[in-house]
Design a protein around this ligand. Structure first.
Ligand code: NAD
Length: 287
């Protein structure tokens, strides 16, 4: 750090609470060091009570921007000057870029998901995907996929607090993009099987498969899958969820959430610096 930080170092924040567990600063600072860029990312404990002051500090201190995480992803919208199309449709921001005091909010989670698919030679553009979940990660994926040209999205969710968000996401997609979205209750397993059957891609974007639901999946058995279906889980701890294990046994091509995590960071670094993360090097570090 002493070799890297000097009077010209450009500061990027990470504003969330809790935040001391995050591996984001390690990932970003490793990337800046490898790229030889004089940037540093620092984590700040910021919640909704001090968010306004913290956002003003981005301008006051001439920071290049900040990553934003919970509980600030939606609350921050009111303090920004502009939103990217994805951030606007998601109603959530995870990256703020400061251009001479003008703050633009972006959402790179969906960008990261789409870039990870591309990195794995998975091309869902013009095709149908079925996705379970309507929380933060699922919303970003659904909106970006629709903006990028996915033809049809079937969204399944349980009837919990995220159910209404599933309905809203589908409305936004149907009203603002060329994509067609439908919403179904995850309790209707016959419908789930039917929708997966003519999908190119199936995505789990819920926490089912990670602690405290590790080892679990809502897919009752392997008859829901087929060898030419591509199965993605946004979970990266564990690297192989019960869903991915079942999919591999069937012969499906699979992808876990590590790539999404890496490429959402890459998208943020590109917005801040104009340079891409050193992806092969970052993959080594994260593995
Ligand atoms: P969230 O709390 O916003 O949403 C949770 C979703 O899971 C909701 O749709 C909810 O209805 C659903 N759900 C909860 N319990 C369920 C159950 N028992 N059965 C079926 N559905 C259930 O969470 P989030 O931030 O969207 O995160 C969801 C998952 O995505 C987590 O596993 C998280 O680790 C992962 N994630 C990965 C990345 C990445 O970069 N790979 C980024 C963000 C989140």
């Amino acid at each position: 750090m002493a070799e890297r930080v000097d009077a010209k170092t450009i500061l990027i924040g990470l504003m969330a609470d809790p935040i001391r567990h995050s591996s984001s600063p390690t990932m970003h600072n490793e990337a800046y060091a490898k790229l030889g860029l004089n940037y540093v990312q620092m984590a700040f404990e910021v919640d909704n009570s001090n968010l306004k002051d913290a956002v003003n500090a981005i301008r006051t201190l001439g920071m290049r921007g900040s990553n934003i995480s919970m509980p600030n992803k939606t609350e921050i919208l009111q303090y920004l000057d502009e939103l990217s199309p994805a951030a606007k449709l998601c109603g959530a921001v995870n990256t703020v870029v400061n251009d001479n005091g003008h703050l633009t909010g972006h959402n790179t989670d969906g960008l990261g998901f789409m870039a990870a698919l591309k990195d794995n030679n998975i091309d869902v553009i013009g095709k149908k995907m079925t996705i379970v979940g309507a929380g933060g990660a699922a919303t970003a994926i659904q909106i970006q996929a629709a903006l990028d040209g996915v033809k049809e999205i079937s969204i399944f969710n349980i009837k919990d607090a995220s159910w209404e968000r599933a309905i809203t996401n589908a409305e936004k997609i149907n009203n603002n993009t060329e994509c067609t979205a439908h919403v179904y209750d995850l309790a209707d397993l016959a419908k789930l099987k039917e929708e997966i059957a003519d999908s190119y891609l199936f995505v789990n974007a819920t926490g089912v498969g990670m602690k405290p639901l590790e080892g679990q999946t809502y897919i009752p058995d392997a008859s829901y899958l087929r060898p030419d279906l591509i199965v993605v889980d946004v979970i990266y701890a564990p690297r192989e969820t019960a869903l991915l294990k079942m999919a591999k046994e069937v012969g499906c091509k699979t992808m876990n959430g590590l790539g999404m995590m890496l490429f959402q960071g890459d998208a943020a670094v590109q917005l801040y610096t104009g340079k891409a993360m050193p992806i092969p090097y970052m993959k080594e570090i994260l593995d």
